[in-house]
Design a binder for this molecule. Structure first.
Ligand SMILES: Cc1cc2nc3c(=O)[nH]c(=O)nc-3n(C[C@H](O)[C@H](O)[C@H](O)COP(=O)(O)O)c2cc1C
Length: 199
């Protein structure tokens, strides 16, 4: 299996974010199959359609990093049963100017982690709805509502402790890497078929 380039977008700007720690754990677990980069969103000015003609420099940096990735992994908290504003802002920035969305056709997965019992289910599904419009094939299973995650789930170095949560994150990592590979290889086969048909 080819090693695919993945952009991870973390919906929390907090330095001790549990979602950031989940993202870092996945980067470590997937290193043989996925080349993961956590793409920053904290410096993106609030999206304004006027910027479509003259964008602030962080917009170009962000769009380039997402465009260069073969797949996208969202790791995000839920804020008030929805997507955090910083993440929605980043998604909007990447979606414009009209017709130049950097999200288009990128295979994706969504992980929500929360100290709460339902693991950010509301934000997870709100984000799925956004991804439908952005034409991103989102991994359906396993679903990833990580509940009861706290600082205690990680050791002093931020690594996830042994236990059920680690097992779940390992299986999510494998499923996501298979998902990205499936979409990328299917697309390559279709392109080859089209080239043969033309020849
Ligand atoms: C503004 C705000 C709204 C929140 N709303 C929810 C919520 O709707 N559901 C939930 O499970 N947790 C909610 N929380 C708690 C977060 O899940 C918790 O702070 C979590 O640690 C944030 O993720 P992070 O550690 O990655 O920053 C909220 C926290 C904040 C600051």
């Amino acid at each position: 299996m080819a090693r695919h380039k993945i952009a991870i977008v973390v919906g929390s700007l907090r330095k001790d974010s549990i979602n950031l720690k989940v993202a870092r754990s996945i980067c470590a677990f997937a290193s043989d199959k996925l080349d993961c980069d956590i793409v920053g969103i904290g410096d993106l000015p609030l999206y304004n359609q006027d910027f479509d003609t003259d964008s602030p420099p962080p917009y170009a940096r962000f769009r380039e990093e997402i465009a260069a990735a073969e797949g996208i992994l969202f790791c995000t908290p839920e804020y008030n049963r929805g997507i955090p504003g910083a993440l929605k802002n980043a998604i909007d920035v990447g979606s414009r100017p009209y017709g130049q969305s950097v999200w288009d056709k990128k295979p994706a997965a969504i992980i929500t982690a929360s100290p709460g019992a339902i693991g950010g289910f509301g934000a997870n599904h709100q984000l799925r709805q956004v991804c439908v419009f952005l034409n991103m094939p989102v991994m359906q299973q396993p679903e990833a509502y990580l509940g009861r995650v706290s600082d205690d789930s990680f050791d002093a170095d931020g690594c996830i402790k042994e236990g059920a949560l680690k097992g779940l994150i390992l299986s999510l990592t494998t499923a996501f890497s298979d998902w990205v590979d499936l979409i990328i290889r299917s697309r390559q086969l279709l392109a080859e078929d089209a080239a043969h048909a033309k020849a």
